[in-house]
Design a protein around this ligand. Structure first.
Ligand SMILES: C[C@](O)(CO)[C@H](O)COP(=O)(O)OP(=O)(O)OC[C@H]1O[C@@H](n2ccc(N)nc2=O)[C@H](O)[C@@H]1O
Ligand SMILES: Nc1ncnc2c1ncn2[C@@H]1O[C@H](COP(=O)(O)OP(=O)(O)OP(=O)(O)O)[C@@H](O)[C@H]1O
Length: 313
């Protein structure tokens, strides 16, 4: 019997259709109410049996990704091995297509794919729920990267409830030349709130995820979803990267059904009415020169899963 030495998994980027930011908690995280959707931009992660944990990165912005212990994939593999008494290591090769520090959960997708691949390589047979529990220790977005589809996230974003979504949405993502740090955007959100409301003002309350947004997702009505997109981190992202305002305006002028900063930014997500409209929007955004790149992707798509580069691409 041959022993499997190498496994590849693929994980998708995400966009937050709604991101309501509540109060800062004592542990340094903000209480969130969010609706995630997984979209078809992918990183592939290949784990190979090795004597020591390590990682290599190729593809989009590979030189901006840390190697070794600072990379989330090494933390993910080590944590899974420790929790399950696995006395083996892996070298992890990441093929990046998701923008780095783009607000699309790129590092989280890589961590999710690593957990799925190591689970298979080491024959652990863990359920999605068990993998999500390990993922939550690594980052707030990792459980959703494992689950995929469309889901409501609460807590710091790690508590998930799947949402039935009808139809396929056509997205265009405008990438920025510079990334944004997630903690810096949350800190700027707190600063702006304190400035507007004064010190000692009561913290914002979180309501139910917007009823209209969830109804739109369930009905598959893209125009209705476009009108309901919302992100409480928008002002903070625009404050740190003012040129994003122009990107938002261009998409709006080109008839996007809606636009929203993706997560903590700086990527901006535009919703198109169909495939052709998405093509037109992507061309207009690229031609305008305000975005470093514009890419089309549809959603929702699946969460992290095993992938055979030869068979599935
Ligand atoms: C903006 C989102 O992408 C929306 O889905 C996520 O909230 C961010 O998730 P993430 O990148 O996985 O973030 P984590 O690695 O868990 O946290 C990084 C940092 O972001 C801030 N953070 C993150 C999540 C959260 N609910 N509140 C926070 O204030 C904290 O400063 C934290 O130290
Ligand atoms: N595998 C990885 N891929 C990308 N960045 C990583 C990875 N591991 C660690 N990092 C570090 O994490 C930082 C955030 O990267 P990431 O691409 O996950 O941001 P993001 O997509 O904005 O995250 P989120 O949307 O979850 O807030 C990077 O600047 C980098 O220093």
């Amino acid at each position: 019997m041959s022993i499997v030495q190498q496994v590849t998994a693929r994980a998708a980027a995400k966009v937050n259709l709604e991101l309501a930011v509540g109060p800062l908690r004592p542990d340094g995280y903000h209480e969130l109410s969010t609706v995630f959707q997984a979209v078809g931009l992918y990183d592939d992660v290949t784990v190979t049996a090795a004597d020591e944990f390590s990682c290599v990165v190729e593809g989009r912005q590979a030189d901006e990704v840390p190697l070794g212990e600072d990379n989330l994939v090494v933390k993910a593999a080590r944590r899974l091995a420790t929790l399950h008494d696995v006395d083996r290591a892996v070298t992890i090769a990441i093929r990046k297509d998701i923008p780095v520090a783009g607000g699309m959960a790129g590092g989280s997708a890589d961590a999710a794919a690593t957990l799925v691949a190591c689970d298979a390589l080491w024959g652990l047979g863990l359920s999605k729920e068990e993998l999500c529990a390990v993922g939550a220790e690594l980052g707030s977005d990792v459980p959703f990267s494992i689950l995929g589809g469309t889901a409501v996230g609460t807590g710091r974003g790690e508590k998930l409830a799947p949402v039935l979504a009808r139809g396929t949405y056509h997205w265009v993502f405008a990438f920025s030349a510079e990334g944004l740090s997630t903690p810096a955007v949350f800190a700027e959100c707190d600063r702006l709130r304190a400035e507007h409301h004064g010190p000692g003002a009561s913290d914002p309350e979180l309501g139910q995820s917007d009823v209209d947004l969830l109804a739109a997702v369930r009905s598959g009505d893209a125009a209705r979803l476009g009108a309901a997109l919302r992100n409480d981190l928008t002002d903070a992202a625009l404050s740190l990267q003012p040129s994003l305002r122009e990107t938002l305006e261009i998409g709006h002028e080109c008839g996007a059904l809606g636009q929203v900063v993706s997560g903590s930014g700086p990527t901006i997500a535009f919703l198109a009415s169909d495939h052709e409209h998405a093509l037109d929007l992507a061309v207009a955004l690229t031609a305008s020169g305000v975005a470093a790149d514009a890419r089309r992707a549809h959603g929702p798509v699946a969460g992290a899963r095993l992938f055979s580069p030869a068979r599935d691409s």
